[in-house]
Design a protein around this ligand. Structure first.
Ligand code: DLL
Length: 437
């Protein structure tokens, strides 16, 4: 048994886990009410008192917290401690305006490292490993979150940060990195560049990838596994809750185990906000059960997933959430059909002749939505063979139509010709003015 496999927690019975959660929930609700002016106001407005929370389902008496609450209380209005107790400040880059600021006490940082160390251990990483962290170091929670966890586990950390891909590859090879940490899209790009620069993957020691921070299909992970010769695991988290460390895959790779003693999850119907049955998709809502600087209760993540019923072969009883379909605000409605970009990714990446990057553009012509998907071919020679090219284009079009019921315009382009990202990839451009019909 490794140090960061906590059998008491990770193999607890459901009743034991619920007891732990309820005890922590009562405590955190009372704490937030007493110390965070934001939550005092919210509870008073909703007519809820901490004493009203006596069961896990009583949680539903409490209103949701949403991203705009963090923005409206920028920068420190959600805090429950004075600045002398704050040990770290992170922020997530919003698409516009001010970032969302999150704060941590030393105890919060310790809790976060513990969560990370568990997920790192779950992915089979130990103190014998050398981990290259290719997330951007800075306000983003990804790099420092994984960094702290790796240090706790005792792995040797290479804080490479993101960017300068050729140098990343040199470090991976020369320093004998066994673990790569990046966004899935950047990991795939590193794999493509390894090939392009003429290296052989057998000369690298990589064996595990801990990827996350953006939605990725199983097909994308298969592609990464082939290119980098790693077991490619998925990791989930968000700054508002803690950063990475909320949930991650074990080596069975059938869902992401949630650190349930720290994060209480609900999956709610996206329209009614009523809980859905286990196995059904809905919006993930998270309550952090043990945060001091910035408690957060019933945070609407906008991320769509489901609970995977049953237990995992690895023996952990921590419940698993499925790979994310996407975010409610990323969902495209094309000619009335709901489409997540991750569905398109899954369909195209399944085809072997397709390369590592794609772009989706949605426009509206004569009141009709038009979906255009640009896809890189895996091998540039294909572009000289009109017949094969045409067959591939028809195959992608056909598969998109079969699964999504949508006619798409498919463009095939040269390998490595579409834009690459060193962090989260931006793959969708919606040029429709949805205010017009
Ligand atoms: O991306 C935290 C993180 C860093 C997680 C590194 C994993 C690894 P934010 O920048 O605040 O935090 O973005 C959070 O990214 O609400 C999801 O929409 C998306 N996201 C994060 N991980 C995954 C994942 C970090 N594994 C937002 N699958 C979340 C799908 C993910 N989406």
């Amino acid at each position: 048994m490794t140090k960061y496999f906590d059998s008491k927690i990770e193999t607890a019975t459901r009743e034991e886990m619920q007891d732990i959660q309820l005890e922590k929930l009562k405590k955190v609700v009372a704490y937030a009410y007493a110390n965070s002016p934001f939550y005092t106001k919210m509870f008073d407005k909703a007519g809820v008192k901490p004493e009203d929370i006596n069961s896990l389902s009583d949680l539903r008496k409490i209103p949701f917290t949403v991203k705009s609450d963090l923005r409206d209380n920028y920068p420190f209005g959600m805090n429950a401690v004075s600045m002398d107790k704050v040990a770290r400040i992170h922020a997530s880059s919003g698409t516009s305006g001010k970032p969302t600021v999150v704060t941590y006490t030393n105890n919060d940082l310790e809790m976060w490292s513990e969560c990370m160390a568990r997920l790192i251990t779950m992915a089979g990483v130990t103190n014998k490993d050398v981990a290259q962290i290719s997330f951007g170091y800075g306000l983003f929670t990804g790099a420092l979150g994984l960094h702290q966890g790796m240090e706790k586990v005792g792995a040797a950390v290479i804080p490479a940060s993101s960017g300068n891909t050729e140098r990343q590859i040199m470090l991976l090879k020369d320093l004998g990195a066994t673990v790569l940490i990046a966004t899935p899209s950047y990991a795939l790009y590193i794999g493509e560049m390894i090939e392009k620069l003429g290296y052989a993957i057998k000369d690298f020691k990589l064996r595990v990838g801990m990827f996350g921070s953006e939605a990725s299909s199983p097909e994308m992970h298969h592609e990464i596994e082939k290119k980098l010769n790693v077991i490619s695991t998925d990791n989930y988290g968000l700054s508002e809750i803690v950063g990475p460390g909320v949930a991650g895959e074990c080596l069975e790779k059938c869902g992401l185990h949630v650190n349930e003693d720290y994060f209480l999850i609900e999956i709610l119907d996206t329209k009614t906000f009523e809980p859905v049955e286990d196995g059904q998709y809905g919006e993930l809502v998270i309550t952090a059960l043990q945060k001091e600087a910035m408690p957060i209760i019933r945070y609407r993540t906008k991320d769509i997933t489901r609970i995977i019923p049953g237990t995992c072969k690895c023996g952990r009883t921590l419940r698993r959430i499925d790979k994310f379909q996407g975010r409610t605000d990323d969902m495209l409605i094309i000619r009335g059909v709901n489409v997540f970009p991750s569905q398109i990714e899954g369909i195209i990446m399944e085809i072997p002749e397709v390369g590592g990057q794609y772009e989706i553009v949605v426009t509206r012509e004569n009141h009709m939505d038009k979906l255009e998907v640009s896809v890189e071919v895996a091998n540039g020679d294909l572009l000289d063979n009109f017949k094969k090219l045409d067959e591939l284009r028809s195959k992608i079009k056909h598969n998109l139509k079969t699964v999504l019921q949508i006619d798409a315009v498919v463009k095939l382009v040269e390998p490595l010709s579409l834009k690459r990202y060193e962090g989260k990839a931006k793959r969708v451009t919606d040029l429709r003015d949805l205010s017009k019909g």
